[in-house]
Design a protein around this ligand. Sequence first.
Ligand code: NAD
Ligand code: IPM
Ligand code: MN
Length: 352
Amino acid sequence: MKIAVLPGDGIGPEVTREAVKVLEALDLPGLTLFDGDVGGIAYKRHGHPLPQETLTMARECDAVLFGAVGDPSCDGLERHLRPEQAVLGLRQELGLFANLRPAKVFEGLEHLSPLKPEIARNLDILFVRELTGDVYFGDKGERIGIDGSREGWDTMSYSASEVSRIAQVAFRAARAGDCRVCSVDKANVLETSQVWRDTVIEAAGAHPDIELTHMYVDNAAMQVISRPSQFGVILTGNLFGDILSDLASAAVGSIGLLPSASMGERETDHGIFGLYEPIHGSAPDIAGEGKANPMATILSAAMMLRHSFGCEAEAARIEAAVEKALADGIRGGDLGGEDGCEAIGAAVRERL
Ligand code: NAD
Ligand code: IPM
Ligand code: MN
């Protein structure tokens, strides 16, 4: 069971360290961890945010545990050298087109949400976000526009085959729950979204047990907050999924709570190859202060055990320990508390 640990920048190393300690506390036989550089730190050490040796290491492992990348001192670099290219490059190079982002308010922890408890109670949404297409990966550039001023441009597109394979992931995931899939797009304006919607409808033909609905993304942003109980799985594209999942994290209580799994089609001896990371970034505003909440990364490690190693019992133990820590009043600054990153990690380990 080989795991590439890529802590990255900012709070990435702080939160990853706690997740690794949780994995080590489980004492799983045959677990081997390898460390690699990604992001701004990799650029500074090796001249590239995703060095070849890091990519090779990731390929040779069964799963990747990823912290976060992003460093304000790199914001002026040419785009291909910026830290964010590391995570985009890994997703693309490793074929990780399916990003699962579960957002759930734990029972009894409704008070962590800024929503009214009776609304928060019913928030249990799995975002299935397409991860290797959309405006993220289309041609882009800068030119002089028709009025003689600078103009930036990015191309948004989805092919039917890209849409169809992510729709299958959403339908399969929904079947493990209550079979509801809401596909979110902007088909009233975008051709990309019209292909998206038509393809999702066609793909659903083979899944009569799935209750498929469609919603425009602006309305979806409003409905996730006002009536979350109507959603089971939200299937959406790369950009809309990025934005809606941060929104949902705020409704759960904090961005420091939401994990994610990014997967493709590659199978290993243990399960499906995947990259696991919190949905948040490198949080430069609190980096180095020991204040970050590591729960999202710890929960990402649980997703890794479940999906890449078939260790369901251990995954559930980690999730229960996080839930218990929250129920016992352990709170990072993101939840209005005083507990630091290390203290939160220790509190979770004590409850394993
Ligand atoms: P961010 O998610 O890093 O931070 C947003 C806000 O949430 C900040 O106030 C931060 O302090 C807080 N926050 C985030 N995670 C937290 C945690 N675990 N505990 C407590 N508070 C937390 O988003 P941003 O500020 O827009 O981006 C910062 C950098 O991170 C940028 O360079 C961005 O590109 C990058 N980024 C990387 C990833 C990734 O690596 N996958 C994801 C998102 C953003
Ligand atoms: C995320 C991040 C990334 C994204 C950035 C850093 C490229 O926001 O993982 O949610 O937009 O996918
Ligand atoms: Mn994001």
